[in-house]
Design a protein around this ligand. Sequence first.
Ligand SMILES: C[S@@+](CC[C@H](N)C(=O)[O-])C[C@H]1O[C@@H](n2cnc3c(N)ncnc32)[C@H](O)[C@@H]1O
Length: 275
Amino acid sequence: MAYRLFEGKEHAASYVKFRTSPSNELVQRLIDFVEKQEGKPLGVAVDVGCGSGQGTVLLAKHFASVLGTDVSAAQIDMAMTHAAAPNITYRQSPAEQLPCEDASVDLLSAMSAFHWFDRPRFLREAHRVLRPRGCLALLNYVMDMELHRPDCGPDALNQVCKEFYEALRPYRSPHLSGHSIDLYREAFQALPYPDKEWNECVRVRKPMPLSSYVGMVESFSSFQALLRKNPQEAEELSSNITQRLMSVMKVTSPDTEVVVEVKYFYLLACKPAED
Ligand SMILES: C[S@@+](CC[C@H](N)C(=O)[O-])C[C@H]1O[C@@H](n2cnc3c(N)ncnc32)[C@H](O)[C@@H]1O
């Protein structure tokens, strides 16, 4: 069964504002993998569960055309407004039933989205739409992002961050059971494609205001679940965490810059030339 959690306009707007995108270096790893299998030039990429299109735009300069799909109309509206390019189109569509011809796609990606899909149905759909030697790229990051600041030991900051994540853990969707990395690892092991690659940790560091780090955590489904259940508790939690982080940093403004370290993991796999 697929889960639909990101459909509200406000949630989609918080995506545009706060969600991190993979680094160019990380996207280059996907591109290198696809080029190794298929050679150049690259034709069609489809970014499934594209949200507001942060990852979709990064694909646009490598492919002749890119299609971003998402089950949420609100997310597709955001993507069309904030992540447009001449060779990108966006379509509202479930991941399990893509608007693509059989054997027509060179790269099928899902960035921070595969864990929400009906995974067996999506993987069958991926197999249908991928060309022979077309590639599948599934990536995500672990929730436990770390903060860094030059004049501040990381332990004190990250102890506060850990408390933030722990407070949200009970609100994780049951669809995800434990850690999402386990779902991806299982999918990697089960994929019957001989050419495949698994990377458990690629660290991507991004400078941003402390308030944007907090906004990013607030955009997570677990925070949104707490917000729906008890708005006051949710607001108190993020305000308390912000105050404590500022106190550790010895600053008074939530606009103070921090470096957020995001730990990505990914699965890359190439559909065999012959079934
Ligand atoms: C965590 S967001 C990731 C968005 C974007 N790819 C990114 O990297 O920020 C997950 C997205 O998957 C979409 N989604 C969830 N289930 C889906 C499904 N079954 N079919 C298509 N999209 C789905 C949600 O609407 C949401 O936009």
